[in-house]
Design a protein around this ligand. Structure first.
Ligand SMILES: NC(=O)c1ccc[n+]([C@@H]2O[C@H](COP(=O)([O-])OP(=O)(O)OC[C@H]3O[C@@H](n4cnc5c(N)ncnc54)[C@H](OP(=O)(O)O)[C@@H]3O)[C@@H](O)[C@H]2O)c1
Length: 278
């Protein structure tokens, strides 16, 4: 598969989404500004933030300082869990746009499902897309059951579902479902939040390709056609996480990685969907 840092996927909205983006969860203040600045210099054009991360202003500041053409950027932010419902969703998107200093988002996601408000929230999300406040809208942390539930009251399909995705939680069924439904899967915590980077199976594959285990994990996302958003505030790692295009994983190594699934989640808050288990 011939890919580059400029590679994109076409969303069901008709817009293109870069396969690689910079995550910003737990990036604070000046370090967020510096990380975004570094990422843009390296060639990232896709940034992932959220109202809940409290760093939209810093992401916006770095974008504006850089002076990059808005049309060349892909900016995602997310609707917080405690701000859902029809009116609240409208208020929240306006606040996020103001924080970021942007006229429109590229992608607006429901950060976590709130089932009791899901249909009215989705109605607002659809209108937000129709009015062009966000070019595409989607969901995050949605299971197949919730995606099916969404369809019972709306024929408007999310463009993206952002979920935890790495070999230790290879959500193959969800990936297949989303592919069939025309929903782009996006991987969060693709580096296992740094917790499993020394797994011996990963180390062995990394040595074979002369790459780091982080790069193997990210390339595994790309080989699956999954958008990936590694977070780092460390300049050398921001560069490392974008050096993914001078190798590809062979079938044998993909099979080893696919077999590592243990349904292991590093993000599992109290409010997670019940089918995640405890
Ligand atoms: N939708 C959701 O509910 C949700 C949930 C979680 C995350 N996300 C999004 O997904 C993004 C990525 O997920 P994440 O932040 O949870 O975890 P991640 O990207 O898997 O891992 C980030 C951690 O790995 C470290 N790291 C980064 N590159 C590395 C490398 N090359 N070698 C070694 N360590 C490295 C980072 O440290 P330094 O920063 O110190 O370099 C940080 O501690 C988030 O930032 C956020 O934008 C969304």
């Amino acid at each position: 598969m011939s890919l580059s840092i400029h590679s994109t996927v076409k969303l069901n909205s008709g817009f293109d989404m870069p396969l690689l983006g910079l995550g910003t969860f737990r990036a604070e203040g000046k370090e967020t500004v510096n990380a975004v600045r570094e990422a843009l210099a390296v060639g990232y054009r896709h940034l992932d933030t959220a109202m809940m991360y409290r760093n939209e202003k810093e992401v916006g500041r770095a974008i504006h300082e850089n002076g990059i053409d808005r049309a060349d950027l892909f900016v995602t932010t997310k609707l917080a869990r405690d701000g859902q419902g029809y009116r609240e969703t409208w208020r929240a998107v306006e606040a996020s746009l103001e924080n970021l200093g942007l006229d429109y988002l590229d992608l607006y996601l429901i950060h976590w499902p709130v089932e009791s408000l899901m249909h009215e929230t989705w109605k607002a999300m659809r209108e937000i897309a129709q009015k062009g406040l966000s070019r595409s809208v989607g969901v995050s942390n949605f299971t197949i059951r919730l995606l099916e539930e969404l369809k019972t009251e709306s024929d408007f399909i999310p463009a993206v579902n952002q979920v935890e995705f790495h070999p230790f939680i290879f959500q193959e069924e969800l990936l297949g479902y989303c592919r069939k439904a025309g929903i782009q899967l996006e991987a969060y915590s693709p580096l296992t939040r740094g917790r499993r980077l020394d797994d011996p199976r990963l180390v062995e594959i990394a040595e074979k390709y002369n790459k780091t285990t982080a790069q193997i994990l990210l390339r595994w996302n790309l080989e699956h056609g999954v958008v990936t958003i590694p977070k780092s505030v460390t300049p050398s790692r921001i560069r490392e996480n974008a050096a993914l295009y001078d190798f590809s994983l062979d079938q044998e190594d993909m099979a080893v990685l696919n077999d590592m699934d243990e349904n292991l989640r590093f993000i599992h808050p109290d409010w997670a969907p019940p089918e995640w288990g405890s």
